[in-house]
Every structure is written in C-alpha cells, then in structure tokens.
Design a protein. Structure first.
Length: 582
C-alpha cells in the first residue's frame, strides 16, 4: 500500500539523495572503512576465545595473542576514524550546499514572500533544517550501512561459535525489538512535544528581551514572567514524562535481557556438557550479544532520523521550488532618460481586501520633482515600491522611457533607481562600506567622501574615532536615526542614478540638517526624475507637481499654488500637517 504521502516522501527522499551524489567518492571510502571496521570488530570479539581457552583455562602462553589484540584494536580505531571523517565531511558539505541554495533563492524570490514568512523562520530553514536534511541524506547512511555490517559480522561470529545458542537469541530478539519500538514511539512523541514547548518558551523570552524597554515602561514585567513561567512549567512536566518513559524502557530492556540471557545459559549448559562449547566460546557469545544491542537500537532509530530529515527537506524544498522574480524582459538599459508613466495602476498586497493603490495615472518627466503627499496609509510608499518592481501591479501599466517595466532586465531597471526608503537599512561594516554598498563597492574614497559631505553626514563622521572607516554596528545600531538616514542619502547620492526616490528620507533630521541635505539633493535634481514623499512644506513647495493620495486614489494633482487655490484635501492637509516649517 502506498498512499500519496509516502509517494511524496519517496520523491523527497530521492531528491535528497541527489545532494549526496557529488560526494559519492567520499561516501564509497566511508563504506569501505565501515566494512573494515565491522570485520575487525568481529575479529576482536572472536579473539576472546583463544585468550580465555588458551591463556586462562589451558594456561599456555601464546605471545601473538596480546600483539594481535593491540593491532586489531588500533586498526578498529583507525577505520572508525576514517569512517567518521569521510561521513562528517560529506554531511557538512551537503548542509552547506543546501544553505547556499536557500540563501540564493531567498534573495531571488519576489519581495512579497517577506510579508508572509518571518525572518526567524527563514533562519530556521537555513540553520537546523539544512542540518537535519544533511543528516538524513548522509549520516543516516552511516548508521544504516555501518550498523548493518556490524550486526551481520557479530551474528556471523555467534553462529560460527555455536549456532544452537545463537538460535535462542534469534528467536527472542524480535520480541525485544517490538516492545522497544512501542515504548520508543511514546518517547519520540514526548520529545517532539518538548521541542515545541521549548520553542514557544524561547519565542516569548526573545520577544520580552527584545522589547525590554516597553516591558519596563508599560509595567509588563509580571505579565512576561507569568507567560514565561507557564511555558517553562509545561516543559518541566513533559521532561518528567520523558524521564519516566526512559526508565520504563530501560527496565524492560533489562528484564528481557535477563530472560534472554537465562535461556542462553540453559542452552549453553547443555552444549557445554555435550562438549561443544568452551568457556572462551561462551565469552564470545556473551560479548557479541552485548555489542549487538546498541547497534540494533541505532538501526531502529534510523527511521526516525530519516523522517525528521524528510520533514525538514520538505520545508527546504518548498522554498527552493518557488518561482524567482519574473525577469524575462530582454531589453538592456544602460542609462534611462527617466520618463516615468503610470497608466491606471492598481496594486493590492497579498491577502488584503482593499487595494493599496487604485486606478492611478500620472507622468513624471526627467528633470522634475514629483512630491507625493497623503495621510498615513494612503499608499505613498506602495506607489514608489512598484517602480523597482518590489511588488507587481494588479492591473494597469507602468512605463519607463515609454516601455513597460517588464521589458527591461530586472537588474538594469533597478540600477536606474537610487532609493532612500522609509526604513533605513545598514549592514554590519564600516561607514565607507555602507555608503559604497554592492555595485558601488569600487567607488573611490574621494567619491565616497563627497557623497557623505553632500548628505551633510561628514559633520558626525569626522568626529568618529576612525572617520569613514568606523564600524556602524549591527544594522547601524551605533548610530542615531538621523545619522543612519544621512548615510542612506549618501549612498543614494553616490549611486547617481537617473531616478531618485526619497521616502520620508529626511524625516528624522532637524530643520538645519534637512535644509543642508535638501540643498545637496536640489543640485542633483535637474538631470534626473525625483519622486519625493515628504511632510515638510519646504520640500513640497518647490516640487514641479504634487500628487495627493487618499486611500490609494489620486485625488488631486498640480503645483502647490494650484492645489492651495483649489482648497481641497491638499489645502486641508497643508493647514494641519505642513505648517511646522512654514
Ligand atoms: N507589506 C504589506 N503587506 C500588507 N499590507 C501592506 C503592506 N505594506 C503596506 N500595506 C498596507 O497598504 C496600505 C498603504 O501603505 P503604504 O505603506 O503605502 O502607506 P504610506 O502612505 O506610505 O503611509 P505612511 O505615511 O505611514 O508611510 C496601508 O493600508 C497598509 O496597511
Ligand atoms: Mg510610507
């Protein structure tokens, strides 16, 4: 019987094996090492018979026995080491291959995905999921092949020594395995529940610690402790259940082991009195049996390892199978003129009822400044995110230099745009590395310094101990909000692209710095198309046209003076919002 889920997991399994294929050579070497290790282990066990019968019982010293023992143990260690090394090497590389593929994919899939999958979940896929997959694809082979070989070798030794006594074990072992399997299932279920409970506790601790300032100012201490206390208590209870199950398991194993041993003793007694079993033979049988138990237990655990690997692989493949951002326009675009046209554009975020942009049409010409204003949530940021194609419109068309955006190669389109977004993102690195980021990395130091000066950032950069080589900290954490914003502006200045988009780019600056930054931006504006989202009158007044958005609709359009004269929404917003700098 094969239902659809086993078919699916077979497929996943086959695909998973594909990841091990590049390491075939290493894996073959590993199998050879494991075979040798199993043979040597069996020989070590078998050596007990002459040691006991000759050295102890007959008391005839044979010098080769201790020498053989040392050599065999040394060989076993070396083969074991070789097996572990080759397996670890291929396993860790498979995990890395998966991580690289995933990371590459994450940077290629449409930005919309980032609205639905939180970054911590992406980190789990890159971290433990990739490891579990490698474990299933490679490490499981080690257990399967290595332990199967060991079990086979030990059984061969036992049968060779006395098939009658071995028969007892062969009859009783399946009963033992079945019982252990039953208890093992409960054990795994509990462990799974523990993992989930720990994850929940971790998440609530993470949240409380990250928001420690909010917890303190809003008196959330008791609430957070209660939440965390409840989750950790659940964890303790589950762990106690696991402990009891573990105890039960070992009780059963000991009991059944004792029964098996007793039965073997009875048969061994008969065999010895019939002259077919020496003391050494008996010792070989006992040692083999003791060595068989852990090897068999690991073999029964392999299914578990594979299942976990397959679950993780499904999570990883779900991402790898997503389509990349659509990039099928073949038109190369060295440098655009910067004529932007929106024709009846509507856009909706996935899962939202109402569109964020509705039937929006306007033209922005090269060398002009278009200001976009409107209440919070009216769709201003959404409008500008459509230009680099971070999101795709639901209907309508956006054109650049008279051609739909889709006609251009995506990388070419994006290289036409310098954007300072509402949330400034800096990378762990120096100020210079952040300004000359990505394609700009080859910029000269003079160019970088000019850009920093233009963004009015030199004033604080100079005061830092290492100047433009000072580290900004993780996500720019060592800088203030306004300082980060000025570096983002410097980055945009350095890019010198035909389209400049500023989304509240100067919102965190004081009036004086803003005036200086505006002056630097104004110098750039004449030979490019600028879209600027701002609340300050000084910026909007000088714009060539103002677009007034309301609930995603373009409700008014014109120059500042025209719109004031019209006495509509703009005039209203102007009276309420833009006054502070008037
Ligand atoms: N990633 C997203 N997923 C779903 N809905 C979104 C997303 N981003 C924005 N929205 C919604 O789209 C609408 C427009 O948002 P947008 O960010 O464009 O507003 P805005 O005019 O820039 O506002 P603000 O002045 O506050 O920055 C809002 O209703 C918002 O809730
Ligand atoms: Mg916005």
């Amino acid at each position: 019987m094969m239902d659809s889920s086993t078919v699916a997991s077979r497929k996943t399994w086959r695909r998973l094996q594909g990841y091990a294929r590049p390491y075939r050579g290493l894996l073959l070497a590993a199998a050879a090492a494991m075979l040798l290790e199993a043979l040597v282990s069996a020989a070590v066990v078998k050596l007990q018979q002459p040691i006991i019968d000759d050295l102890l019982v007959a008391q005839t010293f044979k010098w080769w026995l201790p020498v053989a023992m040392v050599l065999l143990l040394l060989a076993r260690g070396l083969f074991g080491l070789a097996g572990d090394y080759t397996i670890a090497r291929s396993g860790r590389n498979v995990a890395r291959d998966l991580r690289l593929q995933l990371m590459d994919k994450y940077l290629r899939i449409p930005g919309q995905h980032f609205d639905s999958e939180p970054v911590p979940s992406m980190l789990t896929r890159l971290g433990s999921d990739a490891d579990q997959v490698a474990r299933a694809a490679v490490d499981a082979l080690k257990v399967m092949i290595g332990n199967a070989l060991q079990v086979a070798a030990l059984l061969a030794v036992m049968i060779w020594t006395s098939w009658r006594v071995s028969l007892v074990l062969l009859i009783l072992a399946p009963i033992m395995a079945w019982t252990m399997g039953r208890i093992g299932k409960r054990y795994r279920r509990l462990n799974h529940a523990i993992q989930e409970a720990s994850a929940a506790a971790l998440q609530s601790a993470d949240q409380a610690l990250h928001a420690q300032q909010e917890v303190k100012t809003y008196g959330g201490h008791a609430l957070e402790m209660q939440r965390y206390g409840g989750q950790t208590l659940r964890n303790v209870r589950l762990e106690m259940k696991v402990e009891v199950t573990r105890g039960m398991l070992s009780l059963f194993v000991q009991f059944l082991g004792a029964v098996t041993l007793a039965s073997m003793l009875v048969v061994a007694g008969f065999e010895a009195s019939a002259g077919r079993l020496s003391a050494g033979d008996f010792s070989v049988l006992l040692t083999s049996m003791v060595a068989l138990v852990p090897a068999l237990r690991q073999l029964t655990n392999v299914q578990n390892m594979l299942n976990r690997g397959i679950t993780s692989a499904e999570r990883v493949f779900a991402i790898l199978d997503q389509a990349d951002e659509a990039d099928d326009g073949g038109h190369a675009l060295p440098r655009a003129k910067g004529l932007i046209e929106f024709r009846h554009v509507s856009a909706r975020y996935e899962g939202q009822e109402t569109p964020a942009i509705r039937d929006l049409s306007f033209v922005a010409r090269p060398g002009t400044v278009t200001a976009i204003v409107g209440r919070s949530g009216s769709g201003k940021s959404t409008l500008v995110k459509l230009l680099p194609r971070f999101y795709e419109p639901e209907s309508g068309q956006i054109l650049l230099d008279g051609r739909p955006l889709h006609d251009y190669r995506l990388a070419d389109l994006r290289s036409q745009i310098a954007m300072v977004s509402q949330q400034v993102m800096l990378f762990d690195g120096s100020i210079a590395e952040n300004v000359a980021y990505g394609e700009l990395h080859a910029a000269s130091r003079e160019a970088i310094e000019t850009a920093i000066r233009g963004a009015n950032a030199m004033e604080f950069v100079e005061r830092l101990p290492q100047g433009i080589d000072s580290p900004v900290g993780e996500r720019g954490g060592k800088l203030s909000g306004g300082q980060r914003q000025r570096l983002a502006i410097a980055r945009a200045l350095l890019k010198d692209a035909p389209i400049l988009i500023l989304d509240e780019a100067t919102a965190a600056l004081d009036n004086e710095s803003e005036r200086l930054v505006q002056a630097a931006l104004a110098q750039l504006m004449p030979d490019r198309t600028t879209l600027v989202i701002a609340h300050r009158l000084s910026t909007i007044e000088h714009a060539d046209q103002v677009l007034v958005l309301d609930e995603g609709r373009l409700v008014e359009q014109g120059s500042h003076a025209e719109l004031i004269a019209r006495d509509g929404l703009y005039a209203h917003l102007h009276r309420l919002q833009f006054r502070e700098s008037a």
